[in-house]
Write a protein of this length. Structure first.
Lengths: 307, 306
């Protein structure tokens, strides 16, 4: 087990490196730079600025400087928000994004699992139809539209919860953004869970369990749930990736101070440091979750060997 | 040849069939699939709704008094008004909302079509090559797919779109590049089972080159799953496009897409509700119906769930 985990961790390193490299060069090879303002800067000022941020060095050299700094945990300076380094900005935003993203992830996964299992057990009866319909709505309504509708209905017309803002993470301010993130994630999870549960319930060993007189609860708890979880678990990695993408929009709509909030404007302004930093941070979170998922998978599925 | 009564005709035909050794046939897989699809009422209804939306988007503008970029100075921010010909109201610039919704739907449909094509082409070729050659090639190629799966890919697309300007062609291609991963995985799995079959062996024995085998013998046999997942990809792509448009990274004014319309409608929905309701209804019904069609096709063609 220990060897397996070590190998997985080691294999994540080249992945991270490839992604950082790709991101760095795509961003740099693009036309435009961080100092193309409305008003052209005097040439000497521009040259000084470029020298300050090492932009005058050859690209390859810049790349090695960036990577070696990154390995020391230094994300470099932000080129647009002069008073902050990228690490500071990300450090401020990270708690918000993590609170939002991880709570939505946990709630969404649990809701999805329960809904999917309920729907599979009651296949083709009314609870199934009702759940499937809710799931489909959660899946097809895009998050920005769902956010707008929820803001209007619950924030403005009914005035139950605040329509935006953060206020040091008070629960009412979190209800709407988390709901918006939970719905599609729960929907996808529920769909997968329903499908795999139906498949498991029609297997021979479940029939055997039934024929020897086990009650439904025991069958579910002992025989059905664990194998049915497999496809769901393998979806968790991509699922988190979707969810974090969604948080980009949700942070903008609800005016939350997370790390996704500045991403678009940073990309538009060619704030190299901030764009790279945000992407790398998202990537590390996702790689870490993928790692956990792989370990969980190996535990759930005896067919996966630790080799 | 045919008799006077119906009975004669039937009997003659039957006799004729027996003569030519053309015994009554079993149903083919495709016929089976079509029958199952037709029995799925939600899917059939969805096909009609999607057809209607396509006609609405492409033929609709010819029946309207206003075009999507024409400004009506006497009707700015007006609710639906039938006398002036603004059947769904006007926006803050006095442009007819119905015409804009039609243009936006057109744009979303075109993006979906082109991007799906791109993703299908990349996914099928990539998956077929990985599955056919197997071994180390397969391991490397699929490891790459795993990597791409794990990355916050939309961030890359945002970077790409921002960098190369808001060129619609790039938008199509970029989104296509985003969605081929699942297709590649499915195609790879299918290819691995198809390449064990006798006709591939026969082709090999006949001296066909690997690429010929892939394109002449394997790819045509992938039609079923590819069609299913292409149908399921279309709503995903419409969602991605509207997401990018919502962030202001999509098509440029005065052209519009459903995501752009919603992004303009959402902040003013309290006072000008018609600016949000129209595009939202079209987008959601389009996505809903496409999802139902995809599911229906999968149920009809996938032998596992029968």
């Amino acid at each position: 087990m220990f060897g397996y985990v070590t190998r997985r961790v080691l294999s994540a390193i080249p992945v991270a490196l490839i992604a950082v490299t790709a991101c760095f060069f795509i961003l740099r090879l693009a036309p435009g730079g961080p100092f193309d303002g409305e008003r052209a800067l005097p040439p000497t000022t521009l040259a000084n600025l470029r020298a300050h941020y090492n932009l005058d060095l050859p690209l390859i050299q810049q790349y090695f400087i960036y990577v070696s700094r990154l390995l020391q945990g230094d994300f470099g300076p932000s080129m647009v928000y002069n008073d902050f380094t990228v690490a500071q900005m990300l450090w401020i935003g990270l708690p918000f994004t993590l609170t939002l993203g991880l709570s939505a992830f946990v709630i969404g996964t649990l809701v999805g699992l329960v809904a999917g299992a309920l729907s599979a057990v009651n296949q083709n009866k009314w609870p199934d139809y009702l759940l499937v319909m809710i799931v489909v709505i959660g899946l097809v309504v895009p998050n920005f539209l769902m956010a707008a509708i929820l803001q209007l209905v619950f924030g403005v017309y009914l005035n139950w919860v605040p329509a935006g803002g953060w206020q040091s993470g008070s629960i009412p301010h979190l209800v709407l953004p988390i709901t918006v993130l939970v719905l599609p994630h729960a929907g996808r999870t529920a769909r997968l869970m329903r499908g795999s549960m139906i498949e498991v319930l029609s297997t021979n060993y479940v029939r055997t369990a039934k024929s020897k007189g086990l009650g439904q609860r025991l069958i579910l708890a002992r025989h059905a749930i664990k194998p049915a979880l497999l496809p769901v678990v393998s979806y968790l990695g991509p699922g988190l990736s979707y969810l974090l993408t969604g948080s980009l929009v949700v942070e903008q709509i609800f005016a939350l101070p997370g790390i996704g909030r500045y991403f678009i404007s940073a990309a538009l302004n060619r704030d190299y440091g901030l764009v790279l930093g945000t992407t790398i941070l998202y990537m590390f979170v996702i790689l870490a979750v993928n790692l956990l998922v792989d370990i969980l998978y190996a535990w759930l599925d005896p067919k996966v060997r630790y080799s | 040849m045919a008799g006077i009564t119906g009975k004669d005709a039937v009997l003659t035909e039957y006799a004729h069939r027996l003569e030519t050794l053309d015994a009554p046939k079993g149903r083919s897989l495709t016929q089976d699939a079509v029958r199952r699809l037709v029995r799925n009422k939600a899917a059939v209804l969805s096909v009609f709704v999607v057809g209607f939306i396509i006609i609405f988007a492409f033929a609709g503008p010819y029946f309207l008094p206003w075009t999507y970029d024409k400004i009506d100075w006497s009707g700015i921010r007006k609710p639906p008004n039938f006398e002036a010909g603004h059947y769904a109201g006007t926006d803050q610039n006095g442009r007819d909302m119905l015409a804009r919704i039609m243009q936006g739907t057109q744009m979303s449909l075109i993006v979906a079509g082109v991007a799906t094509l791109v993703s299908v082409i990349i996914g099928v070729i990539y998956g077929a090559v990985a599955g056919y050659f197997g071994g180390r090639v397969d391991a490397v190629m699929m490891r790459f797919v795993d990597i791409m799966y794990a990355l916050p890919y939309i961030l890359f697309v945002i970077i790409l779109v921002v960098i190369f300007g808001r060129n619609p062609v790039l938008l199509f291609v970029g989104i296509g590049f985003l969605e081929w991963l699942t297709m590649a995985r499915i195609v790879r799995g299918q290819t691995m089972s198809i390449k064990q079959r006798e006709f591939v062996e026969a082709a090999k024995a006949g001296g066909a080159k690997p690429w010929t085998i892939i394109f002449r013998h394997i790819v045509p046999n992938l039609t079923g799953p590819v069609v299913i997942y292409a149908t399921l990809t279309v709503p995903e792509i419409i969602l991605t496009e509207s997401f990018l448009s919502y962030l202001g990274l999509g098509v440029q004014e005065p052209q519009t897409s459903l995501g752009t319309l919603i992004s303009f409608g959402a902040p003013v929905a309290e006072t000008l509700p018609w600016m949000l309701i129209g595009p939202a209804v079209v987008l959601v019904s389009l996505l809903l119906c496409l999802t139902y069609i995809g599911d229906g096709l999968r149920d009809a063609l996938d032998p596992k769930d029968r």
